[in-house]
Design a binder for this molecule. Structure first.
Ligand SMILES: CC(C)(COP(=O)(O)OP(=O)(O)OC[C@H]1O[C@@H](n2cnc3c(N)ncnc32)[C@H](O)[C@@H]1OP(=O)(O)O)[C@@H](O)C(=O)NCCC(=O)NCCS
Length: 147
């Protein structure tokens, strides 16, 4: 597996991966499941690409995961369902800590049991329970890691 910075011609593959992974994950968020690849492409290029440092995980020339960081904040971390439980998320989280060795923060949904198991195993701490911004308004939680 190679972890490398996103290049312009990786964007289409990352957006397809993001859309497929959200559909697999967010059975509890109807707004997410209703979003097409074109919707996600527009959001990614307008809101994520200009604001985040983005890294991708590549296996045999295929993008299998990505990490988007806004300074110390993990804005997005996604591993394709077909590539999960093989250490890709762990490698991307290690990259996040390499980028921000003073600590990282992130939010996840309380119903996202996979992500919670993953962050708990990685040694992150839950620092707050809350609600995501409207219109989603789902129970969420904030994790952090400190050295
Ligand atoms: C959460 C996510 C990034 C984990 O990525 P991953 O590549 O599957 O994680 P890893 O293979 O590195 O897992 C490391 C450890 O975390 C724990 N873990 C990961 N996924 C788990 C799951 N589905 N159930 C239970 N434990 C899990 C395990 O302890 C695992 O070690 P093991 O496989 O040796 O038992 C991935 O499931 C994902 O992309 N989910 C959808 C998107 C998402 O929820 N992103 C986070 C939003 S904040």
């Amino acid at each position: 597996m190679e972890i490398r910075p996103l290049a312009a011609d990786d964007v289409d593959a990352v957006v397809r991966l993001w859309n497929a992974t959200k559909r697999d994950t967010y059975d509890f968020i109807p707004q997410e499941r209703g979003r097409s690849v074109a919707d996600d492409d527009a959001f990614f290029r307008e809101h994520i690409l200009p604001r985040c440092a983005i890294w991708i995980a590549v296996v045999r020339n295929e993008v299998v995961g990505f990490l988007a960081m806004r300074k110390s904040y993990v804005d997005r971390l996604y591993v394709h369902p077909g590539a999960q439980r093989r250490g890709v998320g762990t490698a991307l989280l290690a990259k996040a800590i390499e980028i921000s060795p003073g600590g990282i923060e992130l939010h996840t949904h309380q119903k996202n049991t996979k992500a919670r198991a993953f962050y708990d195993k990685a040694g992150l701490s839950v620092v707050r329970f809350g609600i995501s911004p409207p219109p989603e308004s789902e129970p969420d939680m904030e994790y952090q890691w400190r050295p």
